[in-house]
Design a binder for this molecule. Structure first.
Ligand code: MEV
Length: 314
């Protein structure tokens, strides 16, 4: 049995984080510059039904049996074995690594799950469809993120721009004209489960106000899709600004995110917003390709710990 590898990209949410949990549409795109990789190889001489999990980034080097059952890695492996109907398998090593910043809104958790599910199923000789891979990764997300919408596992599995409405069939859509996004990392780790939980509490306390916020975000995502399809890229800038203002009202931005958003606009971005769960993690700025380096420098000069320049629709 040869060693096999599988990978999945990172992601950004262009429009509609948080409101997507409440059935409003959102748009997400893959970020191919970063990825999670899982490699499976035979563990010669080890007893069958043994998986040695090696994930140096998070200091794991132990057998599957000794990992907690609710650990995201154990869950991804166990769900895959269950889906394949396999209880007896040759021993293998599973090495996991990722260049996607952790707890930063770039889809690291979903991407690691997808890479694991793909490589384990391929290694055991059964390829799962993207639909099934995404569904299994969603099961892992549900345990680790409370009430996820399913957008993260969808966009990283299909590695295509998605127009996503929770519990509906996934839609991909054409990009009229490629465009450039600068991603700026505040360096502050932030739990999506906590920010999603806090928005839920705030919504429960004031349903009318929050439903208005969610609907406004949904309207922005619908308009954004039209502009993206028509190649009217500059028009996305003000929509990003509006979406960020709504996220601020939902109390999921932070001083550091706001500082980077303002700095990118001052450096010439057409629009900017936080991306993902918020409270830390990453923000995104829509830029003219020629000014992308300037905007990235401005972000680094105002406290970003890392920037990524990515092209959507390439
Ligand atoms: C996280 O990438 C996006 C959120 O909307 C949560 C979710 O959709 O599951 C904050």
């Amino acid at each position: 049995m040869p060693a096999l590898s599988a990978s999945a990209p990172g992601k950004i949410i262009l429009f509609g984080e948080h409101s997507v949990v409440y059935q409003q549409p959102a748009i997400a795109v893959p970020v191919m510059e970063v990825k999670a990789i899982a490699i499976a190889s035979p563990a010669i001489g080890k007893p069958s039904n043994t998986v040695q999990v090696i994930a140096p980034d998070i200091e794991i080097n132990s057998t599957l049996k000794t990992l907690p059952l609710d650990h995201a890695i154990s869950m991804a492996i166990d769900l895959t074995l269950k889906e394949l109907g396999i209880s007896d398998y040759p021993a293998f090593n599973l090495r996991i690594s990722s260049t996607i910043p952790l707890a930063a809104g770039l889809g690291s958790g979903a991407s690691v799950s997808v890479a694991i599910i793909r490589v384990v199923s391929n290694f055991l000789g059964q390829t799962l469809s993207d639909e099934v891979v995404s569904q299994l990764a969603y099961e892992v997300e549900k345990i680790h993120h409370g009430t996820p919408s399913g957008i993260d596992n969808s966009v990283v599995t299909f590695a295509q721009p998605v127009y996503f409405i929770k519990d509906r069939l996934l839609e991909t859509f054409p990009i009229g004209k490629p465009f450039t996004i600068v991603i700026g990392d505040t360096g502050i780790k932030s739990s999506t489960a906590v920010s999603v939980g806090d928005v839920r509490k705030a919504w429960q306390a004031d349903q009318k106000v929050y439903e208005d916020f969610f609907e406004s975000c949904g309207t922005i995502a619908k308009k954004a899709r039209e502009h993206i399809e028509n190649g009217e890229i500059k028009k996305l800038g003000p929509l990003m600004d509006e979406n960020h203002a709504l996220l601020q009202k939902m109390n999921v931005s932070s001083k550091e995110l706001d500082t980077l958003v303002l700095a990118s606009r001052d450096a010439g971005a057409w629009g900017a917003k936080l991306s993902g769960g918020g409270r830390g993690g990453n923000m995104i700025a829509l830029v003219d390709e020629d000014s992308s380096e300037n905007v990235a420098d401005a972000l680094m000069n105002t406290g970003a710990v890392q920037t990524i320049i990515t092209k959507v629709g390439n």
